[in-house]
Design a protein around this ligand. Sequence first.
Ligand code: MN9
Length: 297
Amino acid sequence: MKNRKLTGIHPALVTAFDANGVDTKATGRLVDKLLGAGVDGMYIGGSTGEMVLQSVAERKTLLECVIEAAAGRGAMIAHVGAMSTADTLELARHAKAAGADAVSSVTPLYYRYTFREVKYYYERIAEAAELPVIIYNIPALTGLVLNFGQLSELLSIPGVGGMKFTSSDFFQLERLRTAFPDHVFYNGSDEMLLSGLAAGADGGIGSTYNYQPKTFVNIRKAFLANDMQSARKYQTEANRTIEVILRNGVLASTKKLLELMGMDVGLCREPYMPLTDEMIADLQENVMPLLDTDWLR
Ligand code: MN9
């Protein structure tokens, strides 16, 4: 039976930083507002959460502060992928102890591991976490392209409950969805959420949900109500902003937009760089007028 709690719209939460590390206050405030805006849960410490730029201790602090701020609202999916599998397993055990609902990980990073090793990696996470494991398939960033047979093998590992699918191969998504009706599938590319839903995704996980949560909640609502005209209108609304942030850098722009909206979450960590004045002006002129800020009040 599909875990209903895990379906729906989940911001790939940004991590707020200040001079001392994770800014737990600002992160908590954002979590509270996003849940108030109607999202179904949080994806914590993933690519958007700058996981590879944090220590293991910081990642634990982050997860704890998010779960505390959520106070029982929504599903908490902890991304636990790290360079070292020992760190991943430590984070997976911690996620369970901290009260997460599921864990997730990108395919193992940097080396060209064999598929046998990739599979072993997820078996180890499933064993350690004792929570549903969400495979995070993002070939454009990891460089690892898996075919239908390989993704099916990963989804068949005991304890694996679903997949975050960040690719535009919607044929592959539909084939997986149909082959694994009880697993949870998330669309990963915000600019194509509606296409992912049409291919059978149960929801989405995305960076740009951080600054326009209601637009994505509305896309899914309209889709579920068979109101395609509205669903397309909301997707277009989202894409007008995404087009601008793609040319300025998705993570730094997402954080800057939150700051411009009155929710300062600090900068991205190095080697990310602060936006230039020209880039900020582009966001001010071409994104800010399109955004609803009521949910932040
Ligand atoms: O998986 C995100 N992908 C990355 C989720 O972080 C690489 C997306 O939410 C994109 O940031 C978004 C903008 O391209 O679709």
